[in-house]
Design a protein around this ligand. Structure first.
Ligand SMILES: *Cc1c(COP(=O)(O)O)cnc(C)c1O
Length: 219
C-alpha cells in the first residue's frame, strides 16, 4: 500500500481526538511530502540534525515533534521551531530547554518521558522521579517550558497483557499528574505495533512510523 493509502486507513481507524504523529525518521522529503499532500501536518523525528534539515526544506506549516532521546547540547538547534519535545527525562534537560526557550522568547511545549517498559534500554522517569521533578524549586521557576503531558514506550513484546499493563500504569501517572498540573492534555503512547492497545488505554497521541512509511533501513 502507498503512504497515502496507509494514512487514509489510519484516519478511518483512529478517533478524531487522538492525534497522529507521522514518524518520518530516516525517510526522504519525498515521502513526507506525499503524506503532506494527504493533509498530514505533524511529523516526528528522532535526530535533531535530520529534523532541522527537513524543517528548512519542507513547507513551514509542518509541526515538527522531537520524539527521540535528546542530548542537551542539541536543544539550541531546534528551540525556535520545535512544536513538541516528547522525550524529556531529566531536570537537567528540562533546564536546558527552558534556557534555550528563553533565548528565543517562547515556552517550548514538552512531554515528560516515563520509564514504563521492563527493558532497561528505554529511557524515562520513575513515578517518584516524576513527582520530585515537578515539586522542585527549579521546575516551579521555569517560564520557558510548557509541560503538556507524558510520553512512554512499552516493552517490545508480543505479550499484549504486558503492554496493556504498562500503558495502564502510564495512564495512571497521567491522571495523578493532572491534580498537580491541571492543564496537561497529552498522553503520547502507542506506535505501529501497539497503538490499538494504547488507544484503548487512553492515549491521546500515537507515534506511527513503519505502518505509514514502510519499514526503515538502518545503515
Ligand atoms: C521510531 C519511533 C516510533 C515509531 O515506530 P514504528 O514502530 O515505526 O511505528 C515511535 N516512537 C518513538 C519514540 C520512536 O523512536
Amino acid at each position: 500500500m502507498s503512504i497515502s493509502q496507509n494514512l487514509e486507513q489510519f484516519k478511518l481507524e483512529i478517533h478524531e481526538n487522538v492525534t497522529l504523529v507521522a514518524v518520518s525518521k530516516t525517510k526522504p522529503n519525498k515521502a513526507i511530502l506525499e503524506a503532506y499532500q494527504c493533509g498530514q501536518r505533524i511529523f516526528g523525528e528522532n535526530k535533531v540534525q535530520e529534523m532541522v534539515e527537513k524543517w528548512q526544506s519542507l513547507p513551514n506549516d509542518i509541526e515538527w515533534h522531537m520524539i527521540g532521546h535528546l542530548q542537551r547540547n542539541k536543544v539550541k538547534y531546534m528551540a525556535e521551531f520545535v512544536s513538541l519535545i516528547h522525550g524529556v527525562d531529566s531536570l537537567r534537560l528540562l533546564k536546558e530547554i527552558n534556557k534555550q526557550g528563553k533565548k528565543v522568547d517562547r515556552a517550548i511545549p514538552c512531554l515528560l518521558q516515563m520509564h514504563i517498559a521492563e527493558e532497561d534500554t528505554k529511557f524515562g522517569l520513575s513515578k517518584d522521579e516524576l513527582f520530585q521533578l515537578i515539586a522542585s524549586d527549579d521546575f516551579q521557576q521555569m517560564q520557558n517550558v510548557e509541560i503538556k503531558g507524558l510520553m512512554g514506550m512499552a516493552t517490545f513484546t508480543k505479550n499484549e497483557n504486558q503492554v496493556r499493563k504498562e500503558f495502564k500504569f502510564l495512564k495512571e501517572c497521567f491522571t495523578d499528574l493532572q491534580s498537580s498540573l491541571p492543564k496537561i492534555n497529552t498522553l503520547s503512547m502507542g506506535m505501529s505495533g501497539d497503538y490499538k492497545i494504547a488507544i484503548e488505554e487512553g492515549s491521546t497521541m500515537v507515534r506511527i512510523g513503519s505502518s505509514i512509511f514502510g519499514a526503515r533501513n538502518y545503515h
